[in-house]
Design a protein around this ligand. Structure first.
Ligand code: FCB
Length: 478
């Protein structure tokens, strides 16, 4: 496969493409009370009965805090050029601000050195949801001060680690923090308050802008700084136009603003989206002079996480059918639904690689010239170690094959795609699902902490080695 244009021969990725795997601190590190780490909102939440399946916590997780050299070996053995991990704020500033914990910085220096020795570039995320509990006790992201503390934290890690990190990501999926954590309460800190969620939205964005500038004041010139958003293409049921066309289009605009525009428009264009439902918009009094300019400081790249799209069709929210869900506030006569014809993962998430293709082209059009990295994409599957000692995760191989093919096609068709990080390197603590949902390309036997690469790891390593995705088998209908 050399020129990469013939579908029969598969498709090549652009030269110099970044190939990585992603993880997050609370999901893999463990060592929750070691070496001066302070508690985070996820420690509190996971220790609250009924919040996480089976009462699982991140206390031990994959024990990557102690096993990072072995994990760095794994990354190298897959031929990856990059590793995306997150820094635990409460390891660095156990109280959120003020006193710095040197042992926390030393841990990440050692991790970064282990990566560097193996020729792996580090992509460091500053915030993957583990807010120091001390800051939550003062109001958390609902308080403007948390955005200032986030910038303080960014400055501290930039000073200590700035020479070792190839790329910085400020926030991971801020919509999940605002929505799951503060509107519907299924994530830490478990609040269910629309007004709080709206304030959190603004302060996360402000924190992003302030942290980006704090990083840039310290790190070597030219080190890229970006943000990771999970984006959700919004589809209208085929053939559902007719008398419903105008209503469906209005619902599409609102749903798109809810999932995408609410974070994308402020960082790209310095404004909140016109079509956003009122309930999710921060009130004007929280938006101080200069905030939107801070938030919209030019990004060096955008991280895109993609899992599944949203689908809309005409319907009656008072009488929902199977596979239908209520619409967002302000939408009438339209419901969200899950098309029967799409397969689903064991998370019950839709498998729709075309969504990835569409959204890469859309963002490339909206933000011309901005490099895009897929910073997460992957699936959970019912993995098990078979009697031959193998984890033959064919569902994941197929999922990755389909999505890598869509990504390669998008790059070929003009998307400004510079890299891909699979979610995840390891099976890990999947938030409210605990350890039951396995997303890794490497299996973790949590009883022994043994790591065993799955079939998907071999498939992915081949794609990485050839910088190309093989043609899809003719028998797959997509
Ligand atoms: C994303 C999160 C990541 C992981 C995957 C499955 O929303 O960023 O930590 O849980 O979903």
């Amino acid at each position: 496969m050399t020129n990469g244009t013939s579908p029969a021969a598969g498709i090549a990725f652009p030269a110099g493409f970044t190939w990585g795997a992603a993880t997050a601190a609370y999901q893999i590190e463990g060592a929750a009370s070691e070496d001066g780490r302070g508690p985070s909102v996820w420690d509190t939440f996971s220790r609250t009965p009924g919040k996480v399946r089976g009462g699982d916590t991140g206390d031990v997780a994959c024990d990557s805090y102690h096993r990072y050299p072995q994990d760095a070996d794994l990354i190298k053995s897959l031929g990856l050029s990059a590793y995306r991990f997150s820094i635990a704020w409460p390891r660095i500033l156990p109280n959120g601000g003020g006193q710095v914990n040197q042992a926390g910085l030393d841990y990440y220096k050692a991790l970064l050195d282990a990566l560097g020795e193996r020729g792996i570039d580090a992509t460091a995320t500053l915030y993957h949801w583990d807010l120091p509990q001390a800051l939550q006790d003062l109001g958390g992201w609902a308080s403007r001060d948390t955005a200032l503390r986030f910038a303080e934290y960014a400055g501290v890690v930039a000073e200590a680690l700035g020479d070792r990190v190839a790329k910085w990501i400020t926030l991971n999926e801020p919509i999940v923090v605002a929505h799951n954590g503060h509107r519907i309460g299924v994530h830490a800190p478990g609040l269910t308050d629309d007004a709080v969620a709206a304030a959190v939205t603004h302060h996360l964005l402000l924190g992003h802008g302030l942290a980006a500038s704090a990083l840039r004041a310290v790190i070597p010139a030219g080190t890229p700084v970006g943000i990771t958003l999970n984006l959700t293409p919004v589809r209208i049921a085929p053939g559902a136009g007719g008398e419903h066309a105008a209503r469906l289009e209005q619902a599409r605009l609102v749903t798109d603003a809810f999932h995408n525009g609410i974070f994308l428009d402020p960082v790209l264009f310095g404004r909140y989206p016109e079509h956003a439902p009122q309930d999710i918009l921060p009130p004007a009094e929280l938006i101080k002079d200069g905030d939107m300019t801070t938030i919209a400081a030019p990004l060096d790249f955008l991280g895109v996480n993609y899992y599944q799209p949203a689908h809309l069709r005409p319907g009656d929210p008072a009488h929902l059918l199977r596979t239908e869900e209520p619409p967002l506030p302000g939408i009438s006569g339209v419901v969200q639904y899950r098309p029967d014809e799409l397969e689903r993962t064991c998370m019950d998430w839709l498998i729709d690689p075309e969504g990835l293709y569409e959204l890469l082209l859309r963002v490339s059009k909206d933000a011309p010239g901005l490099p895009l990295y897929i910073t997460e994409n992957g699936c959970a599957a019912e993995d098990y170690l078979n009697p031959d000692g193998v984890i033959d995760d064919r569902e994941r191989v197929k999922f990755l094959h389909l999505h890598l093919e869509a990504a390669a096609r998008a790059a070929r068709d003009g998307a400004n795609l510079a890299g891909y990080y699979v979610w995840s390197l390891l099976d890990n603590f999947e938030w409210a699902y605990g350890y039951q949902k396995r997303f890794g390309i490497v299996y973790v036997d949590f009883a022994t902490q043994r790591r065993i690469p799955k079939s998907s790891a071999a498939f992915y390593a081949d794609v990485v080695r050839t910088n190309a995705v093989p043609a899809l088998p003719a028998t797959w209908s997509t």
